[in-house]
Ligand binder design. Sequence first.
Ligand code: UTP
Length: 290
Amino acid sequence: MAKVRKAVIPAAGLGTRVLPATKSMPKEMLPIVDKPAIQYIVEEAARSGIEDILIITNRGKGLLEDHFDHAPELEQRLEQTGKWTVLEEVRRITQLANITYVRQKETKGLGHAVYCARRFVGDEPFAVLYGDDVIVGEDPACGQLIRAYETFGNGVVGVREVSPEDISKYSSLKVSPIRDNYFACTDMIEKPGPGEAFSLYSILGRCVLPPEIFRILEHTQPGAGGEIQLTDAMRELARRDGMTAVAFTGTRYDMGSKLGVMQAGVENALRHPEIGEAFRAYLKELAKQL
Ligand code: UTP
């Protein structure tokens, strides 16, 4: 079985739920304390054994490219002033993976964004990490899905149970338990209407797909919201070949929503080695007034 070496990170959405912050920069560049969301995602992919990453861009392409590139003037200044720790961190970012970029010329949906990666992917299985879904955990979520792909040999989706009130905003999967946190998935629907949901299991932010997905995406018509939905293409794959759903471990932050951005900031500030303690004291004090 071919090894999963490549990953695609779609980061070309309009980010309308977090406007006006995203008017001139992609939501993937929103910081969680001192690190942009996209860096968490690239680090997760690298920790999962991914070597080559394609980021699908739109506006703010320059910002994304610059973040993962050398910054000679900055590095020189940090060297001169002896700020070695931060210099090391700034240089480490440039070495996380081989990163290339392709522009999605029209914002036609996540399925269309992934379709833009067909030349980069070629004839190999690949991981997709949604650019606005940050997952923090010991065992990288992408790696958990890759292990499932290696075990079961078909496409894999990362899932979580969502609340009955929220299911209409996400996808809903038809699943049956295999063992542990693995499920067999045979059907799915994007943004189910009343009575249409299969279950409360929804795809959240990660999948591993065989290259056949591109042959499906070629003819996938616009679906929910008038966008070409990746879920619609995966539905065809799931119905035909079956897919594996993995209830991954880790804490997920939706950087496409205002609440998600704040939760990511607060929780990661509490864990932060430099400001964690001071922030905890501040938060305790603040909580007394709530
Ligand atoms: P979302 O549907 O959450 O992104 O897509 P959005 O369209 O920016 O959301 P709104 O406007 O706030 O509702 C999930 C991921 O897919 C990417 C997004 O950047 C995000 O990482 N995406 C979405 C694309 O790359 N291209 C698209 O056409 C749509």
